[in-house]
Design a protein around this ligand. Sequence first.
Ligand SMILES: Cc1cc2nc3c(=O)[nH]c(=O)nc-3n(C[C@H](O)[C@H](O)[C@H](O)COP(=O)(O)OP(=O)(O)OC[C@H]3O[C@@H](n4cnc5c(N)ncnc54)[C@H](O)[C@@H]3O)c2cc1C
Length: 492
Amino acid sequence: MWRRLFASVPALRAPKAACRSFKSSSRSAEKDFTKDLEAQFRAFREKAAAAMPGSDWSPVELTPGLPPERADVVIIGGGVVGWSIAYWLKKKSARDSVRVLVVEKDPTYSQASTVLSCGGIRQQFSLKENIQLSMTSADFLKNINDHLWLANEDPVDLQFNHSGYLFLASEKSAHIMEENYRTQRDAGAKVALLSPSRLKERFPWINADGVALASLGLENEGWFDPWSLLNALRRKALSMGVYQCFGEVTGFRCSSNVADIADGDFVDVKRIKYVNVQMPNSLEYQPVESSVVVNAAGANSGKIAAMLGIGSGPTESISAVPFPVEPRKRFVYVVHCPDGPGLDTPFLIDYSGVYCRREGLGGNYITGMSPDETEEPDVSNLDVDHEFFQEKVWPHLANRIPAFERLKVSGAWAGFYDYNTFDQNGIVGLHPLVHNMYFATGFSGHGLQQSPAVGLAVAELILDGGFKTVNLSAFDPRRILLREPMLESNIV
Ligand SMILES: Cc1cc2nc3c(=O)[nH]c(=O)nc-3n(C[C@H](O)[C@H](O)[C@H](O)COP(=O)(O)OP(=O)(O)OC[C@H]3O[C@@H](n4cnc5c(N)ncnc54)[C@H](O)[C@@H]3O)c2cc1C
């Protein structure tokens, strides 16, 4: 056959001698070909054998870490609020009766508010709900190992500094401080009011000029390590059977009901059937069927609400009202000042808005302030504005603590508040336009300290149908649609 082929193609016709060598080389080519074929058969047989039951080989490429196809409760966001809810859901229910899944898009937590926060806890709020939330949480933190200890592991160490908060009021704001003090005492918080002279006696490093009144937390106030709390909640919840998945919630599949609300006004009320979880670095997504969904996505929770059409209904209808939580960037500066106030430094909140607290024991402090509403920084990144420290923070800081006239900025970071633009308070409960989505977000700078109690409150709402420990009906999402803000005067 080879000869016939060569003969028919003149260009390939070889001289006689060459033909002889061709004869022998064609024999070896045939041999090579069969050898090759045998090798291919061998490889195929091996692959087929590996595909038999009991082998690891699969003809389908699987994405590792896919979430389960079904869960009773899907929690969007694995920050401190999400994991606290997961922990309490398991704690309150019989071990395997509730299948809980936490979906977190960023396993490094590089932008999560929890790990970028200042770790403060205080009872000095103006609303009784906020005071109760922080008191319940303080109790949890003080007894953390009764809740979150894992057998055969070291006890959880939150590095809780019980140094108190010290609020300073000017002449203009002193009456509000007195009013808040009464509310705090009525709620059971231990707080003392100090006159300017008592303040100076107690903290001689303070310049009391302009201070009309001060209030100092005597118990349950200070700061702790946010990462330790997040990690302890997460590990405990996982040990109790909570599922976790690293992926991003990108959408929902819902059924919808058109409801007649009043005077011929109709609204589309949704029920989530599936939560779509997109896997990292992949186009693959997994729909997770779920009865209950919790929006604990922090600064991103407004975007999650928008995916459900909240805020995009016809003008003037209730579905046109957006969910009012968005990221707001806040800078934290680390300063080194060997002559600073030292060990006996509470978490100081000046009436200018500047705050400061000790950071460790080596003459370091952290400080910052919230910018004016009109000067909110760009939220497309987490870059730090160093001029903000020079122009806004430092003058107030050095005025209140003169030792800070000489300091060195040794570091800085920025994080996002889960900022509730409506009334700067937590939003906890079911949204009227989505039957089965609970919200736990919008804490605007005080969500870390409230997370243990908020987790319990949401678990009660889901499992018991109402609040039992702390009544958070005042924080229900309906207040947004009714335009009834719950204003907190002690926002930092
Ligand atoms: C600078 C700064 C200082 C603060 N100081 C204090 C303080 O002293 N005391 C205090 O109590 N609070 C403080 N806070 C506020 C506190 O950090 C937050 O209120 C709290 O951490 C909110 O917790 P969270 O779990 O709701 O949010 P986060 O920790 O942000 O967690 C939400 C998670 O959801 C994930 N997520 C978002 N979208 C999706 C999605 N589509 N799919 C899957 N996952 C998603 C995010 O990746 C994130 O990890 C501070 C905040 C900042 C920024």
